[in-house]
Design a protein around this ligand. Structure first.
Ligand code: CTP
Ligand code: MG
Length: 230
């Protein structure tokens, strides 16, 4: 029985616009991916980490992440796929083949490098408590509008019932495998599970678990470090 974290890190980071793939972009000298993997192990409940790396950077990713593995765990690196979901599927197949006693799988974006350990443990604890799919969420601060193709507002959803979703998303291993084998499509792993008709449970997320997407987000991450919060 064990927890494996899959880390999709194979994106180019087009919106960040750095010379290197986003996972290797340093914040205070430490690449985002290294921070993300350190955070997973620091939570204390993750045994192994499987990283989907940019195909051109597998060796570099292996070199920078190999020292992060604990004595009783492993860090594995493989080439990711064309889309995030392809990267997750490849990492999941590797994890279930190499670590067959895995019962809980987390999927955690390398880009959420500053996720606090308590978010990770809350997700794992909820899966262990019997929830097949668990996601960390935050309330929505802004009013949200639904618009048509011309940008005209068609509806204003009740904000109190909306949540923004973070990672790690946690799953019973069999449920995540079934979701990825289903041939369904969704923008995140919980979305796939939802389409199977499996309930998805929420736990509180954290503002520090922001996804670093743009140069603005990177500046926020640097400010978190300066402020001693990360
Ligand atoms: N990802 C991946 N494989 C892909 C695309 C994305 O593993 N083919 C990963 C990214 O590395 C990232 C996470 O999925 O950790 C979330 O994706 P996103 O924030 O969109 O990162 P990028 O795709 O790298 O950024 P952009 O869309 O700006 O190019
Ligand atoms: Mg992307």
């Amino acid at each position: 029985m064990g927890v494996v974290a899959l880390v999709p890190a194979a994106g180019r980071g087009e919106r960040l616009g750095h010379a290197v793939p986003k996972a290797l972009v340093p914040v205070d000298g430490v690449p985002l991916l290294v921070r993300a993997v350190r955070g997973l192990f620091a939570a204390g409940c993750v045994r192994h980490v499987v990283i989907a790396a940019p195909p051109s950077d597998v060796d570099t990713v292996r070199t920078v992440t190999a020292p992060l593995a604990p004595a009783d765990g492993a860090v594995r690196v493989l080439a990711g796929g064309a889309e995030r979901s392809d990267s997750v599927r490849l990492a999941l197949a590797h994890a279930l083949r190499e670590f067959p006693d895995t019962d809980v799988v987390l999927v955690h974006d390398a880009a959420r490098a500053f996720t606090p350990p308590q978010v990770i443990t809350a997700v794992v604890d909820a899966v262990r408590a019997g929830h097949p799919a668990v996601i960390p969420v935050l309330p929505v601060a802004d009013t949200v509008k639904q618009v048509d193709a011309d940008g005209v507002v068609v509806a204003t959803p009740d904000r109190s019932a909306l949540r923004v979703v973070q990672t790690p998303q946690g799953f019973d291993a069999g449920t995540l495998l079934r979701a990825h084998e289903s041939g369904l499509h969704a923008t995140d792993d919980a979305g796939l599970v939802e389409r199977l008709g499996v309930p998805v449970t929420t736990v509180p997320g954290h503002p520090d678990a922001l996804k670093i997407t743009t140069p603005f987000d990177l500046a926020v991450a640097e400010a978190l470090l300066v402020g001693g919060q990360a």
